[in-house]
Design a protein around this ligand. Structure first.
Ligand code: SAM
Length: 246
């Protein structure tokens, strides 16, 4: 999978992409991340990339010409499986099913806005999809672009090792994940549930599924309406409801 990111602040990406799992994925050529400085496509001698808004008012607007030129350059040769994505608080909210859909693409070009955002014509004529990482406003699209690259990359084959598997992760199954424990067995008067020490894999799997249902019921009950639940899940859920008085 190839990511191209168009930004006015390329240095911001150095840290997050050069550590841990994303660093390893790039070294193993499982993902390619290319960060581009939008100013390189500016036309005038001052390399202007933003200007005052028509109609007046505060803030600057990112000019359309450099963005159009950059996207046209960077999308050359791309076909099926290519998308241009604008990060914006006005976009569709990023949820795990959308991350899964995007992980099936081959090449994504992400546009990080800044200031008041981009000239409307970028949205009208250049962008395939607009994505928001949540109902709040950040200073720029750089952090949202990093979030998107990270969330997508960890779903790509080989990026996570077996020990980091995404299989049971929260939202992947439609539920929140069960609680985790590691050594020591006793810590400050708090102990690890006995079942996890039993070595009985069937009992452990049942406990984990039940705790996953409990977590979801207590924290995000609305997810239960769409999560795919088996007959056994419904039985476990009934037990949890009884135990929790819900
Ligand atoms: N004036 C814009 C509005 O009200 O919709 C907000 C602009 S915001 C200050 C600057 C840039 O940050 C946006 O162009 C976008 O790229 C990015 N941004 C801010 N919040 C975001 C969010 N929740 N999701 C995705 N991108 C966001």
């Amino acid at each position: 999978m190839r990511f191209d990111i168009l930004t006015l602040f390329p240095e911001m990406f150095q840290g997050p992409f050069s550590h841990s799992i994303l660093k390893r994925a790039q070294e193993r050529s499982l993902i390619e991340i290319h960060v581009h400085y939008l100013r390189d496509w500016a036309l005038d001698k001052h390399k202007l990339t933003d200007d005052a808004p028509y109609g007046g008012g505060a803030g600057m607007v990112m000019k359309p010409e450099p963005i159009f030129r950059a996207v046209e350059d960077l999308s050359q040769g791309s076909g099926e499986g290519f998308e241009v994505i604008l990060l914006t608080p006005q976009g569709v909210p990023l949820i795990q099913s959308l991350v899964e859909e995007l992980a099936a693409k081959e090449h994504l070009l992400l546009i990080a806005g800044h200031y008041e955002g981009v000239d409307e014509r970028v949205r009208q004529a250049l962008v395939d999809r607009e994505i928001s990482i949540g109902d709040y406003v950040l200073t720029g699209g750089e952090l949202p672009a990093m979030v998107l690259v990270d969330a997508i990359s960890r779903l790509l084959p080989g990026v996570l090792g077996e020990e980091e598997s995404a299989r049971d992760d929260s939202h992947t199954t439609g539920l929140l994940e069960y609680p985790h424990y590691t050594r020591p067995r006793e810590f400050r008067g708090l102990s690890v549930p006995e079942v996890l020490l039993s070595g009985d894999h069937a009992r452990i799997a049942r406990w984990r599924r039940k705790e996953s249902l409990r977590r979801t019921l207590l924290r995000r009950p609305e997810l239960l309406a769409t999560a795919p639940l088996s007959e056994e899940d419904l039985q476990l859920l009934a037990e949890v409801r009884k135990e929790e008085g819900k």
